[in-house]
Design a protein around this ligand. Sequence first.
Ligand SMILES: [Zn+2]
Length: 256
Amino acid sequence: MQITFLGATGTVTGSKYLLEYRHKKILIDCGLFQGFKELRLRNREKLPIDPALIDAVILTHAHIDHSGYIPLLIKNGFKGKIYSSVATFDLCKILLPDSGYLHEEDARRANRYGYSRHSPALALYTREDALTSLKYFKTLDFGMPHYFDDDFHFTLSRSGHILGSAFISIKAGKKTINFSGDLGRPNDPLMKPPAKIQYTDYLLIESTYGDRLHGKADPCEELGKVIKSTAAKGGTILIPTFAVGRTRASYIISIN
Ligand SMILES: [Zn+2]
């Protein structure tokens, strides 16, 4: 078994791990690099492996830094299946076409104001490319193993991060390897708690927030105080939403 890191190293976006076992090549997550321009430019670099040689993609969850490279992978020759949970697919049906639309908008703006080195500037991929990529998905229920070979299979289990998010547990020969994807908390008001991994030989774990620990204070109470005091003054609260599933706790507070 061999693993190659194709993203999310030295930065927290662009998650892509190539796992090779015997003759099979599996890509775990297929994320876009996001953020500063030098990171975004990495999306346009050639992958060190020809996408046509990759047999399958398995997704931990739908956030674009884990799924947003899929339309490009297909544009560049990938022909395999994309495995995900049912809810991850449902979210990808919204997020991937939206991402394609935003790339088209970027290209339109660059052409209008002439700030691209390329003429014309081209979208990384389009909404149409993203819609095409949805045909490659195959959904799996949590806990249902999927076999690539007699001694090579994987199972998804809940990771509690966003709707549909999963740990990917892969058994290759005698070894087990777990990919965490992004991790949720055990006491989330809306999400079911992450499954407990009973055994693994190797664990690849996300470390977006480094070694920082969650504070002890109850975020609902903290936010409740802010909302009550603002409301008492007749003020307005603006809650910026930057990613799917990141403002749900505040929504609960605001409707109570
Ligand atoms: Zn995420």
